[in-house]
Write a protein that binds this ligand. Structure first.
Ligand code: SF4
Ligand code: SF4
Length: 435
């Protein structure tokens, strides 16, 4: 496809925009910067001007497209139903294809998006130095001695974002088939992801156990791969398309009724495979069928009779709405409803709970200054809510808020809601065993 066509193809979506500006107060980058071109309306104006051939792909154009969080808060606010997410993603694909890049930039993009994320083996190898850094106690020493202060601030922030890596052996708990506890009522597939599989193995195992607890046989196809969300957000659509095809093949073979995802950003992407592969006659219908089966784990659980036999967790829990769950998938009440089932748990509202925390895929690495402004705003609300824990359904948000908590010197657990459900089920079982 020629570069011009990508945005021309989206032209009907530009026409949906009536320039009312109701999306402006919902846009984190506009709110922070007060610049029209950093608002949804301004970005749409730029994209349309480019599609009309009135402007070129300039640094100015790229800067405003790259500055977008792709948080999709503007879609929630827009009364005209403008599909902004697909517009900015098309613009980024255009930029990735057409704009000149340095050799280093091209190499890094190839390394991360094409070589590491899609390969479980290579990704696992890439994480080994980080595991060694923690296992040998170097991270503790570096932090106790304050050696990170010697690092440039960007590297220091990245170091502070590193979570405690889960034990590699935990991956063994995720078997290709994990039967329901008791009577089986559903056969579901689980997306175990790329980074999720390495850094958040504990969330995946908790998800599988919670599903088992609720009458689900869980199938985890070994041939599945990265969902392609980070690639699409970065304009690497061709790579994302090939990953989507691999996932469709893998889950068709698994013959599952539903495909479960526990990471908001990945879920939003998986639900859009139909659009991603709309130009591929061999996969278009299969991609729509795949996307129709995808459900966020909270969305799925809220739609079935949930086992309410749970142990008590006495804690104040603030729920942060991940952008791609609240705005991208319109899943808001389900996680709150599920958390409210846990005896003893007090759900406290977080002001601006659906305002981006600054994580936004790899945005906190590419735009650390804006990401930090948003994190500071988020942490102000967290302090006000005084929770013992913050729960959120996206790994990037967990890392970002953990980073904020650590920097604030607070003792607040930041975790995924399924970890709390899993903990509640296990407590119940322990209680029963002790009787
Ligand atoms: S995107 Fe929607 S809310 Fe924003 S200016 Fe256009 S029509 Fe109005
Ligand atoms: S996706 Fe988020 S950052 Fe981008 S224009 Fe919309 S509201 Fe603003």
């Amino acid at each position: 496809m020629s570069s011009q066509n990508r945005l021309v193809h989206e032209y009907d979506k530009f026409l949906d925009c009536v320039h009312c500006g109701l999306c402006l107060p919902a846009c984190p980058t506009y709110t922070e910067l007060g610049v029209e071109m950093d608002s949804p309306r301004g970005r749409i104006h730029l994209m349309r001007a480019y599609a009309d051939g009135r402007i070129e792909l300039t640094d100015h154009f790229e800067k405003h497209m790259d500055g977008c969080l792709d948080c999709r808060a503007c879609e929630t606010a827009c009364p005209a139903g403008v599909h902004y997410g697909s517009l900015v993603e098309a613009a980024r694909a255009e930029i990735a294809e057409k704009r000149p890049r340095s050799v280093i930039d091209r190499f890094l993009r190839k390394l991360v998006f094409e070589m590491l994320l899609p390969s479980r083996f290579r990704l696992s190898v890439a994480f080994l130095p980080l595991r060694a850094y923690q296992a040998l106690g170097l991270q503790k020493i570096v932090r106790i001695l304050g050696l990170t202060k010697l690092l440039p601030s960007r590297i220091r922030d990245m170091e502070s974002m590193i979570p405690v890596m889960p034990d590699r052996a935990m991956k063994g708990q995720l078997r290709p088939f994990m039967p329901a506890r008791g009577k089986s009522s559903h056969r579901v597939g689980l997306i175990s992801g790329c980074v999720m599989n390495e850094m958040f193995t504990h969330v995946n195992t908790a998800t599988a156990r919670v599903l088992n607890e609720n009458g689900c046989d869980v199938v985890i196809p070994e041939t599945q791969t990265c969902c392609g969300a980070l690639q699409v957000h970065s304009g690497e659509r061709t790579v994302a398309e090939s990953l989507a095809r691999r996932n469709i093949d893998a889950f068709e073979k698994a013959e599952v009724d539903t495909i479960i995802i526990n990471a908001a950003g990945c879920g939003a992407q998986l639900k859009e495979y139909g659009d991603l592969l709309a130009g591929d006659p061999a996969y278009r219908d299969r991609a729509f069928a795949f996307s129709n089966k995808v459900k966020d784990v909270h969305e799925f659980l809220a739609g079935i009779p949930v086992n309410e036999e749970m142990g008590t967790i006495r804690a104040r829990v603030a729920y942060h709405d991940a952008c791609h769950l609240a705005h991208g998938q319109r899943v808001r009440e389900e996680p709150r409803d599920l958390l409210s089932l846990i005896p003893g748990l007090e759900l406290v509202e977080l002001e601006e709970s659906d305002w981006c925390c600054g994580s936004a895929g790899i945005y906190n690495l590419t735009h650390p200054e804006m990401a930090d402004r948003l994190l500071v705003r988020k942490m102000g609300h967290v302090r006000q809510a005084e929770p013992d824990m913050v729960a959120t359904g996206n790994p990037g948000c967990i890392l970002q808020i953990q980073h904020g908590v650590r920097r604030d010197g607070r003792e607040i657990d930041v975790l995924h809601p399924v970890e709390l459900l899993d903990r509640a089920y296990r407590l119940k079982r322990e209680e029963a065993n002790n009787v």
